[in-house]
Every structure is written in C-alpha cells, then in structure tokens.
Design a protein around this ligand. Sequence first.
Ligand SMILES: [Zn+2]
Length: 157
Amino acid sequence: MPFTVRISDPRLKFSASHFLYQHDKCSRLHGHNYSVNVELTGKLDEHFFVVDFYEIKSSLNDIISGLDHAVLLPAKSEFIHIQEIKTPVDQADEIEVHFNGKRYVFPKIDVRLLPIPATTAELLAEYIFKLLKKQFFNYKLQVEVAESEGSIAIYNE
Ligand SMILES: [Zn+2]
C-alpha cells in the first residue's frame, strides 16, 4: 500500500484545559490550543483516491469538536479521583476532582471524561486514533496531536 494522504488542516484544532498529576508545573490547571494531523495509508479506490478528504476531515472534526472548549479529565487515572455530585434540580450537575491534596469542582457539562489514564498529548493521540479507526478500519492510520507548535505526540500502528 504505497499511497498515503496527510490531513494537515489549520482548522482542525481544539482548545481545552487539563492538568497532569505526575508533573510539577503541569499539575496546575492550564490550557492548550491543540492541533491534530492525520495520515491514512491504503489502496486506491475506483476514483484513484486513498480516501475522500471530505470524509476524513468531517470525522476528525466531529471528534475534536467534542473536545473543544472543555475540561479534559482522565477517567482511567489511578491517582485522580473523579466523582459526580448530584445537585438540586435547578443546578447543573458537578464533577468533583481530588488529587495531590487539591480539589476542583467543574460543571459536568463543561467536562469530558476520557477513557485514558492521563491527558497527555500521547494518550489524546491514541484516543483520537481509536475513534477514527472504528470508521477507517481498512487503513493504516497515524494521528499526531500537537499541544503547542513544535511539541507533537504521534500514535500509529
Ligand atoms: Zn498541558
């Protein structure tokens, strides 16, 4: 399969906040403007395309718009304790987070609980890879997540 297409569109970005319990400075709540690039390798179809650019961009956009302007929390962390707080009917439900002796409370609607043990760029790349792979299972995929310009994590198979 010698053909690869690369999706590197400056519009494929999301802004989100997170923290990393295992890191001194990054254990404080902060944000990034993430950008995502994807490569697909596969056979040419009857139209001589590896993949329809519109189709892959649209899927990727659906995934990253779910992460945009949200607080990303690692639901699989052993070290960050996350629990839902039920609130009175007229208040939004909340998510309470404890780690390293600190406590945060977020409105549940602002939070994305991700099935990963830490919200590093590496594991965000793997998370996006797994979601894309469900739809693009006939391709070899590579997902790159940059948390700032020049700091890029790559997940491939
Ligand atoms: Zn960070």
